[in-house]
Design a protein around this ligand. Structure first.
Ligand code: PGA
Length: 256
């Protein structure tokens, strides 16, 4: 696991954008795994800037999002389909047919989940997966005690995640308690994973995920099994890591 600590989220988002740009230059039809929430907003803004100002070409890129709320159709303003259109897809030249988000409005959730897994396989697997982390240590919406080998399926959100995300919903009754999420096993099959975390509220989850034991109680700790996982944290999110000096020393010696 590579851990990079920097003072500001902007420079970490530029680093993540560099990784995506390098991948797209090597593989114009790269398969990107995408995340929602507050964390990746600056990353999407940087990718949009590169598209507009530097011609970064998404025309052949395929994308798979981590998760979606059960019961919210793609046009619902709080759906992750809306989030992705508003914050990224409508501002770059990715083909709408090449973007994939689980359909939370399906009547057959197991079939939707199986089809999602199949679509990832058919695309040749995910080249680079962007991840956030929940304050409870979730990745995607794999809440604590999720199986470390889980695949795309329905999950029930924890009270903590519901509270963390309540700000996006006008009324409590509007907030779904269930989601469809890629599994931890699905995420671990990505060829590279980049976990972004900013702010004090993530410090405990990051310390447990990176330096704590591998445990389903902290789903992000499963990234310890990933062959190419990168954890990009600002000073606040990295503040409880014990080996900060080592991570900085490794980064300073990295050939550029
Ligand atoms: P956030 O969510 O980016 O809004 O903090 C992260 C997550 O729940 O994975």
């Amino acid at each position: 696991m590579e851990v990079i600590l920097k003072s500001d989220p902007e420079s970490l988002c530029r680093l993540a954008a560099d990784m995506i740009t390098d991948l797209m230059q090597r593989k114009p039809d790269a398969v990107l795994g995408l995340a929602t929430g507050s964390t990746p907003l600056k990353l999407y803004a940087e990718l949009i800037r590169r598209h507009r100002e530097e011609g970064l070409d998404f025309s052949r890129v395929r994308t798979f999002n981590l998760d979606e709320y059960v019961g919210l159709g793609p046009d619902h303003p709080q759906s992750y389909a809306s989030y992705m259109r508003n914050h990224f897809f409508s501002s770059v030249n990715v083909h709408p047919d090449s973007t994939h988000i689980p359909n939370g409005f399906t009547e057959d959730i197991p079939a939707e989940c199986a089809a999602y897994e199949q679509a990832i396989q058919d695309a040749g697997g995910i080249d680079l997966q962007i991840l956030g982390i929940g304050t409870d240590g979730h990745i995607g919406f794999n809440e604590p005690t999720s199986s470390l080998t889980s695949r795309t399926r329905i999950k029930t959100l924890t009270a903590r995640t519901l509270a963390d995300n309540a700000r996006f919903f006008e009324q409590e009754a509007d907030q779904p308690h269930h989601v469809i999420t890629m599994g931890i096993g699905t995420i671990l099959e990505s060829r590279q994973a980049v976990l972004l975390a900013f702010g004090d509220s993530k410090a405990d989850a990051i310390a447990q995920a990176v330096e704590g034991p591998l445990t389903a109680s902290v789903p992000a700790s499963a990234l310890q099994l990933h062959p190419k996982a990168h954890v990009f944290v600002d000073e606040a999110a990295g503040s409880q890591l014990e080996r900060q000096d080592y991570y900085r020393w490794v980064y300073d010696q990295k050939p550029r």
